[in-house]
Structures are given as C-alpha cells and as structure tokens.
Ligand binder design. Structure first.
Ligand code: EPZ
Length: 420
C-alpha cells in the first residue's frame, strides 16, 4: 500500500479543477440505456471511474478511455448482472440498477454493503423503482429486479436525511423508458443530478425540472447516443479552497463553477478569506493570516456538502475560537477526528455534533486515511502541520482525486508517495 510523506508547506499559484467523479459515474451508468455510441469529455482518470468502466464492460459495453475522453459502445448483447467483486468497491455502481431494469427489463446488482462513513441503505432506490412497477427482491446479497412493464408514477423520494442523490438518479434513469409520466417529488438538487438530467435529455429523454425538487420525466420508446462534457468537480475545488485556508496560502482555483459552491464560499468568507470570482469560473482565494471560527451544518444541496466537512474541519482546528460542525447527512462521518487529534487538534464529538476548539498549530504524525474525503482532509492537515506527516492507506484518495500529488506539488506543496 502507498503512503504520502508530507512536510509543512506554503502553497502558491493556480490549480485546475478536474471533471466531477460524482457526475461522471451515474452518467456512465446511463449509457446502459442505449445501444448507440456515447462520448464523454472531461472525465477524470480515477480508480472509481475505472471500476465503473469495468462494470460497463461486464454488462456488454466496449469502453475506450483516453486523455479524458470516454467512448462507450455496445459490443455484445447487453448483460444484466453486476457482480459483487466490482460493486463492493464502489456504491455508485448500484445506479446500474435503474438503467438495466429499463433497457434489459431485468437486473441483478450486488448490494453495495457497509461503508466507513456510516450506514448507507438503498431503501429509497428500491421504493422508487418498485413504484415504477419493477418487481424487486433481495437474495444472497444481490438486488434482483424485473422491469417488464414500467409505468410512470408520482413518487415521493424524501427520506430520513432528506433527498438522495443516487436514488433520484436511479429512478430518473429508469423512468426515461417507462410508459407515461413520472414525477419525482423531493428529488435531489445536486449539480451532479442536474448534469445527469441534461445528459439524458441529450440522449432524447423528455425531462423537466432536473436540479430542482420536482422532476418530471415523460417516458420515450428509446434513447440514442450523444456527446457530453462532464461538469467540474465542486468537491475537488472545495478541497483546494480548504487547503488554501488551512495553510494560509493564496490560491487561484480555476475552472470550478462558483455557483455550485455558494454555501462553501460563504463559510470560507466567514473564516476570513477574501474570495473573488472571475467569469463565474475561477476563484481567487486570499485567506486571512488569522483564521476565524465558523459553524457548519452539512445539508443536501445547496447546503454545505458533507463531502467537504472533513477538509473544513481541519482548517477550523487552527481557527481563533470555537466552531461547531453538525453532520446532517452521515451522522457517523467523523473517522478523521481521532487522526487529527493525534496531530494536536482539539475536536470533541457527541453524536452528529463536533466541537472544534481552535489551536495555534497542528504537529506532524503518522495518521491513517479511512475514506476518500477524510484522506483529503488528512493531506491538508499534513501540509499545515509542523514537521513531517505520513498519511497511510492513500488508496482511498486515488479513488476520487485526479493527480492529487502532482497538483499539490505544482503549488509548492511538499508531498511524496512512498510504499508503506
Ligand atoms: C452521493 O452518495 C455521493 N456519491 C456521496 O459522495 C455524497 O456524500 C452523497 O451523495 C451525499 O451528498 C456519489 O455521487 C457517487 P445519498 P449517495 O443517497 O447518493 C440516506 C464521495 O465522497 N439514504 O444522497 O449514495 C443516506 O444514508 C461520496 O464522493 C437513505 O436513507 O448519497 C444519507 O443519509 C461519499 N436511503 C442521505 O440519504 C437510501 O436509499 C443522503 O445520501 C439512500 C440514501
């Protein structure tokens, strides 16, 4: 396994935002809705993307991925089984379920299983697909479905924690080929779900309201191929913003859509940063020497994203005062606390709440990454901490950050990859 060896660094310069992993994954699954060729641009080269490409191959597609462009064509007769070996490594593969039911009329997709960021059920996915008329049963760890006669329906998709991104995606995809109109109430409004809606429309789907809580889909007989450019990764951009704050380094983050980051920018400004947006695209960040505390509550979009909670917590450990972080999406997504406390942070957790007592400094230590975003947070902590930090198990970060160490090094960050 690889580790990162990191030394305290001042960062400077500009960094470009890659294409969004979480937009690309469901869009790749949506190519299962057609036999025609789909071409995706600005696809990030990541482990999760390669896993999804393998899933598409198992399901009968030919996938060519070069220099950020992915071509997906039908090679064999479409298959309908997505095996555990592939699905277990990545929950997003469960969104093959909707397209398979709609196109192949049957699906057998392994249930994704446990996850270190907390319990992540799929009840809303199943509720939505069953409402469209799919017959679904769970057997030996697989979700097995039949979708012979899918019919549009009004489906309320809100859950205990609000809307669900991938459940909305799954139902939206299945509904594109169902008979009649489907209305998804309490749909996820995340930009990635909106992007999926736009992609489906390019394929010929009739959808309105994508990116809002009410999405209407009128089923069509078939969908065709199309070309599409993946939107910028707002979470990657937000991660560099957190790095800028934590290391008190001025940075320009290029090619991010600032409109996708309003709650994050507001938080960074409360923490004392001056941020200028150029052409709605490039964010010029000048952090204050003294970081100010801020309270953060993670919420579905356009609220503060759970996927940036850990990174901002690291910056707040060095703020001048006390901050409170409330995790309303994944109440157990706090695995990073024990690690950053070993670096001298003062964070106390009680259930979904964390109190962050700002301290002057963090100190380098050997720390262990637990999931993708926590890993990014630990790398930020390493860049901000005195002395040397070793972040173990960085395979997590390779799942979701394209060329992370190259990007950090280009900004002057001292990070090297080594064997554990
Ligand atoms: C997506 O996961 C993202 N993954 C996650 O990013 C992200 O953290 C999450 O949305 C929240 O923004 C991808 O897009 C591939 P949800 P998803 O269904 O869709 C509960 C990362 O680091 N829920 O919107 O699986 C759920 O437990 C990853 O890139 C149910 O109760 O998340 C959570 O509390 C990690 N029943 C809330 O809804 C369900 O059937 C929102 O989860 C589904 C979800």
């Amino acid at each position: 396994m690889d580790k990162f060896v990191i030394h305290k660094s001042a960062l400077r310069g500009s960094v470009s935002t890659s294409g969004s992993k979480n937009a690309a994954l469901p869009i790749m699954a949506a190519t299962l809705l057609t036999d025609d060729k789909c071409v995706l641009h600005n696809v990030p080269d990541l482990m999760d993307i390669r896993t999804m490409a393998d899933i598409l191959r198992v399901l009968g597609k030919k996938v060519i991925f070069e220099h950020g462009t992915m071509q997906v064509t039908a090679e064999k007769k479409g298959k309908y089984i997505a095996p555990y070996e592939l699905v277990r490594t990545m929950r997003a593969s469960f969104c093959a379920m909707g397209p398979l039911l709609a196109k192949q009329k049957k699906a057998k997709v392994s249930l994704p299983g446990g996850c270190v960021i907390g319990v992540r059920p799929v009840d809303l996915h199943i509720k939505g697909l069953e409402a469209l008329g799919a017959k679904i049963k769970v057997d030996a760890g697989y979700c097995i479905g039949e979708g012979k006669d899918l019919k549009g329906k009004v489906i309320y998709l809100g859950g205990h924690f609000g809307s669900s991104v991938l459940a909305t995606d799954n139902v939206m995809m299945a509904a594109t080929l169902a008979k009649g109109e489907t209305v998804i109430e309490y749909a996820a409004c995340e930009p990635e779900t909106e992007a999926l809606g736009l992609f489906l429309k390019n394929m010929g789907a009739q959808i309105s309201g994508e990116g809002t809580p009410i999405v209407r889909i009128r089923g069509v007989k078939s969908l065709g191929g199309c070309e599409f450019k993946i939107i910028p990764d707002r979470i990657e951009a937000g991660t560099f913003l957190a790095a800028s704050l934590a290391t008190r380094s001025p940075l320009t983050i290029k090619g991010a859509n600032a409109l996708h980051l309003t709650s994050v920018l507001e938080t960074a400004r409360k923490m004392g940063a001056k941020i200028t947006i150029r052409d709605n695209d490039d964010m010029v960040v000048v952090p204050s020497k003294k970081l100010l505390p801020a309270n953060i509550t993670t919420l579905p979009y356009p609220g503060f994203p759970t996927d940036l909670q850990a990174q901002f917590m690291v910056a707040l450990t060095m703020a001048d005062g006390i901050s409170m972080i409330t995790e309303k999406i994944y109440p157990d997504r706090f695995m990073h606390i024990a690690e950053i406390n070993r670096m001298g942070a003062g964070v106390q957790r009680s259930g979904p709440y964390s109190i962050v007592e700002g301290r002057d400094k963090l100190y380098g230590a050997q720390i262990k990454a637990s999931d993708l975003r926590a890993s990014a947070a630990l790398v930020i902590a390493g860049l901000a901490a005195e002395g040397k930090t070793e972040v173990m198990r960085v395979y997590h970060i390779d799942r979701g950050y394209e060329k992370i160490e190259d990007k950090i090094r280009a900004l002057g960050g001292k990070v090297t990859r080594a064997k554990e």
